[in-house]
Design a protein around this ligand. Structure first.
Ligand code: FAD
Length: 466
């Protein structure tokens, strides 16, 4: 008796219900196509749903309202520069080509954007603020009302299925509550399963420097999609650039980060010896590399009242005042007293701050080459006005930002450059976009844009704005 090959079938299988997965499924629904959206955990949202909610878009109405002059060209240049020119130009171009339409598409689907902030790697303010849980709720509601997608929670894809080597991917093997099921995908499988920060073996292979760094991300970030595609011969991209992020309070647990970036509003970073060690205007990933080299991997973001006045109430990584109120930020009336609170030699801290101030006032070259608050944006300020503040900061692994090799249509390519038919990857699971470092807002932006592109490619359809 012949065994039944498939338990169920659909047009597209989308593996992972974070932002990339929801955008992919919604794109499919709008094209009139059925999909199954698999989610291995009991909750949808993944890392996306717990993220800072900042999206990098350029040329938006919100930027224009604030008089911010941003363009596709500027965005492209920033992405390439932050990525150390190691990123794939064609994939960066793809992001830039579809970013504004995707911003409008998200808005049309109920995503609420707040005014743009400047953050790491941006030469103009372009981090469009959202509440990440609201983003996922809005897209999930739209998907449900569109009616063509089935979301299967607690169902993990475990293998990609195909008839023979080099043949098209035909479906997935999935596990739910100990039960195995085979689902056929008539038009293809889209991997949107996020990063691998929680997979100790993959970290040991690709990022041994990060072993032991605290991890904060979605609970399903085990690298499943990467492993499944790798088994089929998929190429891997940017694996040498896995980095942790600087600026997390050492008391943060593994669910909520306590990231704060006073450095991008003018603070300096000092180590336990009270000395600066880096150009603080660099991407927080590069600051993370530098911090890992310091004693105990620990630093302090030190600043004064002028910087404190730049606090942004309610903006997760820039609400300095909230950190004071919650007891995470140390505060003192003099620099010497602050040094005592953080256990740093007062004379060393005084020397560091006065040297820094002197160079700014005198227009001298900074010893670490710092000329701006963040990536050429913002004029530096002297740190002179009491009270003074210090935010203890270590690194945190938030994401891996590298992974499966794709072309500029989000088709997965193998180690020899051939496409693996009917297999697509988008979002954090996919490599080639960030290169050596990550610009704030481009993780969520990439998940939304490339999730949509993957489906448009699978269906051979166009991407609209709404
Ligand atoms: C604390 C924090 C703050 C951040 N803030 C920002 C920010 O402000 N701006 C920005 O651009 N980026 C930010 N990032 C990064 C950004 O959130 C991620 O790059 C992005 O959310 C990745 O989206 P994704 O859809 O690819 O993956 P995810 O959102 O992680 O979704 C992947 C989903 O796939 C599921 N899954 C995994 N394996 C399987 C399997 N085998 N079968 C079925 N399902 C599976 C997972 O459980 C998960 O739900 C932040 C990250 C963190 C941790």
């Amino acid at each position: 008796m012949a065994t039944k090959k498939w338990d169920s079938e659909t047009d597209l299988i989308i593996v992972g219900a974070g932002l990339a997965g929801f955008c992919a499924a919604l794109q499919a629904s709008e094209a009139g196509v059925s999909s199954v959206l698999l989610e291995k955990t009991s909750n949808v949202g993944g890392t996306s749903g717990m993220s800072g909610g900042l999206f990098a878009f350029a040329g938006t109405d919100l930027q224009k309202e604030q008089g911010i002059d941003d363009t596709d060209e500027r965005l492209f240049d920033d992405l390439r520069r932050v990525g150390g020119f190691k990123n794939d130009e064609s994939i960066v171009s793809l992001y830039v080509r579809h970013q504004l339409a995707t911003y409008h598409w998200l808005k049309a689907h109920g995503v609420l954007f707040g005014h743009p902030e400047a953050s790491a790697g941006q030469s103009v303010p372009r981090s469009h603020h959202t509440k990440s849980a609201q983003v996922i709720e809005a897209l999930a509601a739209r998907l449900e009302s569109a009616g063509r997608s089935t979301v299967m929670r607690k169902t993990a894809a475990t293998r990609l299925l195909r008839e023979h080597d080099d043949g098209p991917v035909e479906g997935v093997l999935a596990e739910s509550n100990g039960r195995t099921t085979r689902i056929k995908a008539r038009r293809g499988v889209v991997l949107t399963s996020g990063g691998f920060s929680r997979n100790a073996k993959l970290l040991a292979t690709f990022a041994p420097l990060q072993i032991g760094v605290n991890v904060v991300c979605g609970e399903g970030c085990d690298g499943d999609g990467l492993l499944m595609a790798w088994k089929l011969g998929a190429d891997l991209r940017d694996m040498a650039y896995v980095k942790s992020t600087f600026g997390n309070h050492p008391d943060s647990g593994s669910v909520r980060h306590l990231l704060l970036f006073p450095v991008y509003r003018g603070a300096i970073a000092v180590n336990k010896a009270g000395k600066r060690f880096v150009n603080e205007s660099l991407s927080y990933k590069l600051l993370g590399d530098a911090c890992l080299q310091q004693p105990d991997g620990l630093a302090f973001q030190v600043f004064d009242t002028t910087v404190m006045e730049k606090t942004s109430p309610g903006v997760l990584t820039f609400d300095f005042q909230e950190a004071v109120d919650d007891g995470y930020m140390l505060k003192a009336d003099t620099l010497a007293a602050l040094a005592g609170k953080i256990g740093v030699d007062p004379a060393a801290l005084a020397e560091t701050v006065s040297g820094y101030n002197r160079r700014i006032a005198g227009g001298e070259t900074d010893e670490f080459g710092r000329t701006s608050m963040s990536n050429q944006f913002g004029k530096l300020v002297e740190l002179t006005r009491a009270p003074f503040y210090a935010y203890p900061s270590v690194n945190v692994m938030l994401g891996t930002y590298c992974g499966i090799g794709v072309n500029d249509r989000m088709e997965v390519i193998d180690v020899f450059g051939a496409t693996i038919p009917n297999l697509y990857a988008a979002g954090e699971v996919q490599g080639g976009f960030h290169g050596a470092a990550y610009m704030t807002g481009s993780g969520l932006g990439k998940a939304a844009i490339f999730g949509r592109v993957a489906v448009a490619t699978a269906l051979n359809s166009a991407l609209g704005a709404a």
